[in-house]
Design a protein. Structure first.
Length: 380
């Protein structure tokens, strides 16, 4: 399978061939912890399922192909994948991260890894001068999300890859919000792409997982060693579910983006809404950069209603199709208040979000039903 094929084809076929023993078209769930050896050290590439499992191998190859990269590794969660990348950073080294990262990422950096001698600073990655000024001689890694969560800021991946490399650092992009169908950071110069496959890649809110993709063979070998040595690996059923979800990724991202664009335009015209943040709107400060590096603008919208935190709470509790829940990227629409929910771990920090900010994960229901639901929730 080569990268010349289109993403729609890769999503269905990359890493997956009919099972040679039975002809099963779909990759089986290899629900086994160990593999028989014909003689000591004589095996078919698998010894023990933490080290490797064929269902996981298929998923790793498929994700690498979708990101246009050579190597993929899968983990038990997005956080396990992030933790593993951060193990490339040695005590005393510095990580420059975006100032609007996933709450769990911030918590891992500040409350766990800082205790092991890693140093972190957080800057606005959409401001290239600030990034240049914040780099240090010991900066090992630049870490960013784009679009960010929950403020949907856009960072210029190609420009930041150049800046990071000139400073002797590597660039890691958490591509969870965009998915490889909308944006491929490796092709733009990033060294690592990280995913919470829990979100758009799995796509059905029924499995937790993570992944790291890279073209850097030395880093990949170290990450693969860590995957086995640390052991936060996904089980075969989780890999199967993620592979199944991936097959419709391109179709889903098209519809998520089309629905979100319509809803963003509806909200922008609504008198009960103060501000809409969606990279597909012309007035979004990152719209031009998003246009350059993304195919479409994704399914995530944030907005500020007119009113206070109580008003915002009332809106998210009143929608009927949009379910009040954390997470994102599934077929169903979700609504939440980041400040007390997904981003509670940054409360009181400089990354704290506006308590009235509402975040939508726009699903695949009919857009007219979604708009009617928001209309009634905003009207009351
Ligand atoms: C959810 C999420 C994570 C963490 O992934 P888990 O699978 O929940 O561990 C990391 N980054 C982003 C952008 C996320 O949305």
């Amino acid at each position: 399978m080569t990268n010349q094929l289109h993403l729609e084809t890769l999503a269905i076929h990359a890493g997956q061939t009919p099972d040679p023993t039975t002809g099963a078209v779909m990759t089986p769930i290899y629900q086994t912890s160990t593999f028989v050896q014909n003689g000591v050290g004589q095996h078919k590439g698998y010894e023990y399922a933490r080290t490797g499992n064929p269902t996981r191998t298929a998923l790793e190859a498929c994700l690498a192909a979708l990101e246009g990269a050579h190597y993929g590794l899968c983990f038990a969660s997005g956080m396990a994948a992030i933790d593993t990348v951060l193990r490339l950073v040695k005590p005393g080294q510095h990580v420059l991260a975006g100032n609007d990262v996933y709450g769990g990422t911030y918590r891992l950096f500040v409350r766990v890894l800082s205790e092991y001698g890693l140093h972190f600073d957080f800057v606005d990655m959409s401001d290239l001068d600030r990034v240049r000024a914040a780099l240090k001689p010991n900066t090992r890694l630049v870490w960013l999300e784009t679009p960010t969560n929950p403020l949907l800021q856009i960072a210029d991946i190609a420009a930041l890859a150049e800046i990071a490399h000139a400073a002797g650092a590597q660039l890691a992009v958490d591509n969870t919000f965009a998915s490889p169908y909308l944006q491929q950071p490796i092709g733009l110069g990033a060294d690592f792409v990280i995913h919470s496959t829990t979100k758009y890649l799995g796509g059905h809110s029924d499995v937790v997982g993570g992944a790291i993709v890279t073209n850097d063979i030395a880093a990949h070998e170290r990450l693969k060693f860590l995957q086995n040595a640390v052991g936060a690996v996904p089980g075969p059923l989780d890999c199967f579910l993620t592979l199944r979800g991936l097959k419709t990724l391109p179709l889903r991202m098209e519809r998520h983006s089309a629905n979100a664009q319509r809803i963003a335009e509806f909200l922008a015209d609504h008198p009960g809404v103060k501000q809409v943040v969606y990279p597909g709107l012309n007035d979004h400060p990152g719209h031009r950069v998003a246009q350059k590096q993304m195919r479409l603008y994704g399914g995530m919208i944030s907005f500020l209603p007119v009113g206070d935190a109580t008003t915002a709470k009332r809106i998210v509790e009143r929608t009927q199709i949009f379910a009040l829940a954390e997470s994102l990227g599934g077929v169903e629409s979700l609504i939440e208040l980041p400040a007390p929910m997904t981003h509670a771990s940054v409360a009181g920090s400089p990354l704290q979000v506006d308590p009235t900010l509402i975040r939508l994960s726009v699903g695949l229901e009919h857009v007219d039903d979604l708009i009617a639901d928001l209309q009634q929730a905003l009207a009351a």
